[in-house]
Design a protein around this ligand. Structure first.
Ligand SMILES: Nc1ncnc2c1ncn2[C@@H]1O[C@H](COP(=O)(O)OP(=O)(O)O)[C@@H](O)[C@H]1O
Ligand SMILES: [Mg+2]
Length: 204
């Protein structure tokens, strides 16, 4: 049985997920809580190989191939890393998880978020986050922060990223019990303070 707390960091590319996860980890370290930091895809050695294909493969990738690669990565990730940590009572901080798959493959690629949730239940043994931060930024801010060095998904057109963003906001409406949307157009420290306010509920 799962005992730890599973927290995921979500948002479009350049929304500040990785930055905020690092800051959250520093905050938690001070609280003396046992935790791990991980990322999806690529949280395991096998997952790193899958991540390499997902982010850098330069040929056409069929939408369902892409989806199942993400789910394959996740199946390995939860077995090898996330569930063992949660079972030991640890807090797990994960950079992207199921909401990314629903936003990118479900909404933006049009495969349908509900269907992805069903498939994710199989791949991820129904493991859902206890808490999810969605860092919301407008397209212009996101574009500026990503810069010119883009991976395969970051290279998608603006319309794709717009759909991803709308997808996340729709998901936040569907899962209000676990998703917290944070305005991430602001400075790093301001955004971090909002994260701390929410995380603090679990520690104080
Ligand atoms: N709130 C912020 N304001 C300004 N720049 C930011 C902010 N958050 C992140 N950045 C910068 O934007 C870039 C992308 O941030 P990152 O955390 O890697 O985003 P993500 O992991 O969501 O793609 C980095 O160069 C980071 O330093
Ligand atoms: Mg990142």
């Amino acid at each position: 049985m799962k005992k730890g707390l599973f927290v995921t960091f979500e948002g479009t590319d350049g929304s500040g997920k990785s930055t905020q996860l690092e800051l959250a980890a520093k905050y938690i370290q001070e609280k003396d809580v046992e935790f791990i930091q991980t990322r999806d895809p690529g949280g395991t050695p096998l997952g790193c190989k899958i991540r390499e294909i997902l982010l850098n493969y330069d040929g056409e990738v069929a939408p369902y191939c892409e989806l199942f690669l993400y789910l394959a990565d996740r199946a390995q990730h939860i077995d090898e890393k996330i569930l063992p940590a949660l079972n030991e009572g640890k807090l797990v901080l994960c950079d992207r998880y199921v909401d990314s798959t629903m936003a990118y493959q479900g909404y933006a690629r049009g495969l349908g978020a509900d269907r992805i949730l069903q498939l994710n239940r199989i791949a991820a043994k129904s493991l859902m986050p206890d808490l999810t931060f969605v860092f919301d930024v407008n397209t212009e801010v996101s574009r500026q922060r990503v810069g010119d060095k883009k991976d395969r998904l970051e290279s998608e057109a603006d319309d794709f990223h717009k759909k991803v963003r709308e997808g996340y906001l729709d998901l936040a409406g569907k899962f209000p019990e676990r998703i917290v949307v944070i305005d991430a157009n602001r400075g790093i420290e301001e955004v971090h303070q909002d994260v701390v306010k929410v995380l603090g509920r679990f520690f104080n």
